[in-house]
Design a protein around this ligand. Structure first.
Ligand SMILES: [Zn+2]
Length: 436
């Protein structure tokens, strides 16, 4: 771990600091004047924010280059992050692993089979990603673990009972917290995030929705869920389960769901359910790749099924549009060309069931990042929520500065056993703010 100055992490950034971080989040160097112009914020406020962020090691200044006239201005950027991120997403229907630099340079992305979200398979996938990126665990500074269910569940990893939680099977790997297993495997801290949230942040920062502040991302291939980016902030919600659209109630007489409710959306409408229906009708297996191929070749029957799926999903999404008034609805692009057809169906439903003014203002589009969305989302989180610095602090055995960083009552460090070689689920350092 790189030595870092003793800085005050236990403080939420001010609004100006968040705005400055967002302005610098593309990695380019900017002068104070450029930041002021971009944010329309007084120079004194920007200088104050930059100095505070520099004192915390979040940004750095660069020597002024020579200028023909006048005193040249220093430029500023996010502090260079020395480490790499390992990303492992073990979702309900498959797994992805990758290695990425904090600036968003993806070194490797590998995908597992649909049943590869178990502990052994996930770790094997992680090793494949490391090998492809030609890095060893020693080069990994932080692991980001994407799982279904709530993000940042530090308290659960401390050993509190999980009984009764429908998400336990995703969080416990052979009876142990998944984050601990990954942390021991890599020897670095681990940050847990909801898998759909990771993809949402990836698309909102690096993808087709990068020019919008309010985005509803819909995850389909790896599990039916959603991620909400509201006014540039990742919205995690009170129980950190915001966006679980798979558990929208649709049928009073439906089956009992593992979440404890009855008749949830995902039980009848999901990509795995659609694949099963197609398999039954056509007498052969269907994969997500088949949906992609069918959409490319515009097979009428499959296109109709995909568009109908989109319309049914869109009927629910339309209600969310009325509540949230998002600028963009982004459909999981790991479905390839099929995501465009589903987006067309959602578009039809939104046009049908929302007030015309709202329908006219919201874009419905396919994502653009495919399997890289989660990996890029992890990089964006690390960059904008300052996770790498927090990880180092945890790595030194000091978690006191992380537990309460999101302004909540400080939850105790997981079992007090966090240190090098162990793991931690870090609370959001900058207060659940995407800070794009
Ligand atoms: Zn449910």
């Amino acid at each position: 771990m790189t030595a870092t100055p003793d800085v005050d992490l236990d403080r939420r950034p001010s609004g100006t600091e968040r705005a400055v971080l967002r302005a610098l989040s593309d990695g380019r160097q900017r002068t104070v004047a450029e930041v002021c112009a971009e944010l329309a914020v007084p120079r004194s406020s920007v200088v104050h924010a930059l100095n505070r962020l520099r004192a915390r090691g979040v940004v750095m200044d660069h020597p002024a280059r020579g200028s023909a006239r006048g005193r040249p201005a220093r430029s500023w950027s996010l502090a260079a992050a020395p480490g790499l991120l390992a990303v492992i997403v073990a979702a309900a229907h498959g797994a992805i692993a990758g290695v990425v630099r904090p600036d968003g340079e993806v070194l490797a992305v590998v995908e597992g089979a649909e049943d590869s979200s178990g502990p052994a398979e996930a770790l094997e996938l992680l090793d494949r990603a490391l090998a492809e990126a030609e890095v060893t665990p020693a080069g990994i500074e932080l692991a980001v673990l994407g799982l279904p269910g709530p993000s940042l569940f530090a308290r659960e990893s401390g050993g509190e009972p999980l009984d009764g939680s429908h998400l336990r099977r995703f969080r416990d790997w052979d009876g142990r917290p998944a984050a601990h297993v990954v942390g021991e495997h890599l020897g670095c801290p681990v940050f847990c995030e909801n898998d759909a949230n990771l993809a949402a942040i990836g698309e909102a920062c690096h993808g087709n929705a990068a020019d919008t502040d309010t985005t509803l991302y819909i995850s389909l291939t790896y599990g039916t869920g959603a991620g909400l980016v509201l006014n540039g902030r990742l919205h995690r919600g009170g129980s950190r389960l915001a966006g679980e659209i798979g558990h929208l109630h649709v049928d009073d007489g439906g089956q009992l769901c593992e979440c404890g409710a009855r008749g949830c959306f995902w039980q009848t409408m999901s990509i795995p359910a659609l694949l099963s229906e197609l398999a039954m009708v056509h007498g052969r297996t269907f994969t997500v790749g088949d949906l992609d191929a069918a959409a490319i070749s515009r097979e009428l029957e499959i296109m109709r099924a995909l568009r109908g799926f989109g319309r049914t999903l869109g009927r629910r999404v339309a209600d969310l549009v009325v509540f949230l008034d998002p600028q963009a609805i982004v459909v999981d692009s790991t479905l390839g060309a099929a995501s465009h057809v589903i987006a067309d169906g959602i578009r039809e439903a939104v046009d049908q069931y929302t007030p015309p003014t709202m329908a006219a203002s919201v874009r419905v589009l396919s994502g653009s990042l495919g399997r890289s969305a989660h990996v890029l989302g992890a990089a964006a989180l690390a960059r904008t929520e300052n996770l790498l610095r927090a990880g180092r602090k945890v790595g030194t055995g000091d978690v006191s500065g992380c537990a309460g960083l999101n302004g909540r009552a400080g939850s105790p460090a997981p079992g007090g056993d966090v240190g090098p070689g162990n793991t931690a689920n870090l609370e959001a350092v900058t207060g659940e703010d995407l800070n794009r």
